[in-house]
Design a protein around this ligand. Sequence first.
Ligand code: SAH
Length: 365
Amino acid sequence: MAVFPLTSPNSSAVDSAVGDKASVSGDSSAPLLGKSLEELTEWMQAQGQPSYRGKQLYQWLYQQGARSLQDITVFPKAWRQERENVHLGRSTLHHRVVASDGTVKYLLRLADGQIVETVGIPSAKRLTVCVSSQVGCPMACDFCATGKGGFVRNLAVHEIVDQVLTVQQDFGQRVSHIVFMGMGEPLLNGSSVVAAIRCLNRDVGIGQRAMTLSTVGVPGRIRALAAEQLQVTLAVSLHASNQPQRLQLIPSAGAYPLEVLLDECREYVQLTGRRVTFEYILLAGLNDRPTDAAELAQHLRGFQSHVNLIPYNPIDEADYQRPSEASIREFVAELESHRIAVTVRYSRGLEENAACGQLRASKSR
Ligand code: SAH
């Protein structure tokens, strides 16, 4: 199995932030959430319990949604009480708000007091969770509320898995889909994100094909992700059809030119055989003209990909505008005329600031 690189070539504070120590097997001080059946069994044995207790712990953790060791009533009471400071790794609910379309935004408090956002998005047959991978985000994209708030730290594996369990328990329904489109840049926290994907698949039972990882791109990390041989969908936040335009919106594009990003995406398709989704925020008068669509189509000709257009969701800190329906239709038509597969994503939860790009760990706007 490939190992996701922990540090980037231009290593920064991001890489030294709290990572995935929690997933290291045998680390008895780490929260239990995120560990595999084998690791939990080893932990139980180290605590003087027979191995079948490991299976029980596993089931209570991932299926019954135990929040504390004290909840696991099949374990001897005295034994549980002696372990009051063993943490399973669950967050506590700080705030919850329901939008009129049924989308639920959660502010979750982590063990160190940091707050992270998660969104539960119900639809006819699905329950999708939009998970965060970092507290804040260092990428500072100009249209994104999370980026405007700065970066605090990476999330650990259990803090990612907990978000999914929290939504599943609150809805009383199995989560069917996961999108890594909440706060943060997942590929700056690659090792924890990959470990969380494996745990959510193996232990929570969510298909990898029902998971999407969205990235604005970090040099070398898309290639590293391909080496992990996951079945998840890769979504790349492109948002522009040429380098100067992209650089205007995305500061990190300076160190990762559009052509280099696209080359790495092509390599990803070759290595995985999976198509890539390109996300493209539509900003009125800025990147929404038919000529922009035509330029985008040139880049994507013959590329096994799909374009997902996201009409801009307003945030207080920026004064971009969402294009009119007519110009969105024109953009779609131009792409289609070049035989580019395209869909338009209307974000849910807009009025509660629970939509794409609006997450900033605040209770309201
Ligand atoms: N850092 C990752 C994942 C988080 S953002 C990434 O950039 O892909 C998830 C998606 O929401 C991205 O495509 C992002 O560009 C988009 N987004 C951010 N701000 C937005 C806004 N104000 N309106 C619409 N989409 C936005």
